[in-house]
Design a protein. Sequence first.
Length: 390
Amino acid sequence: MINQILLSCKFQPEVARLDKRLLFSWISGIELTKSKKKHVFDSEALMFELVLSIATLGLSHSNLGCNACMDGDFPEASRQFSKTAGVFQYLANDLLPNWMANSKQVREMEDKSLAETRVGVCSACTNLFMAMGQQMAVATILVKPGVPNYALVGKLCLGISERLDTFVQTLRSKSPVHMERLDPSFLVLITFSINVQRAMSLYFLARSLWVASEYGVAIAALSEATVAMRTRSSPTSRGLPEVEPNGPLQSLVPEMNGFRLHMGALLKAWEKDNSLVYFNKVPPSVPSNKALKSIDLKKAEEFVLEMKDPLPLGVPADLEPPPSERSSVTSGGDDVAASNHSTAASGCDGDLPPPSYDLAMSNDTRLETGESRERSDSDLARELSERLNT
């Protein structure tokens, strides 16, 4: 409906007028509020209202995905996270770049506006929710009875780790101001997840190698996995972040310790079997030709903003107020019509003119990149993705 109003203003600028100033006020759904006074951002731009409404839609799908995950319905959770990823992908690749292209005060808007209106944040969130969707795919495999395809699961876990790492790198490079506004505990959890997924990929690689009778390399892979699950000695070293008492990771300590004990016991058993039965040479690390290549399911459901016919604007001539009492509607950039009120010409807080909506509607580019994958695992991953979407 908001988009329909925007189109109406675009095609009927001469009658796109309001009786008084109209502000849209929003609070971010992903920024951490450190003080009692919430960071409220006001804008007269209809485009601002549209962007925040779409972002809210995306976050609602993520909430449904979390609920489905807690209920054990991992395919449904994967579908919901895929929808969220698609929403943020649309914001990052289409709506926001076109909206901001005509702005002369990008840096000022970068510092002041909400995280959901920044291209870098939305691009990062696309990677985050695609990784979460892939985690649900791994969970779907592991809860099924029988022995899983260890190599496939390992490649999926490595893909999750790389996606989460891209999430952090994108935030740090493209939107450092808003990265500082996120909950630090959340970023610690992301760092933890990156390293756990990498350790799990090595663990499943080791299991697949052992099944393939490559005992020495399997022991090397499992040894690397145990090292990856250790608590790191410094913030820049490899390993898991330190778990603080009463911190966000405290609830995960029992599972972490259980996984470490399992890997340690399995490593001892394998080393004993190899020394008594197989006598395979154990390399110091996993050879490059045996290392896993990540699989990325690219689960982002395309979001399409519905286009409706413009609405007729304006009132009959005998009811129209005199020009001195009218202010223009801002569509997200320049005024749709001339105004006698200087504040009505702004897009944000009266001094940040939003970009042109005409430009926002003119471009519709989507880039898609591909990568080579091993055929067998690629086929399995594609079949898994199709099952999750049915």
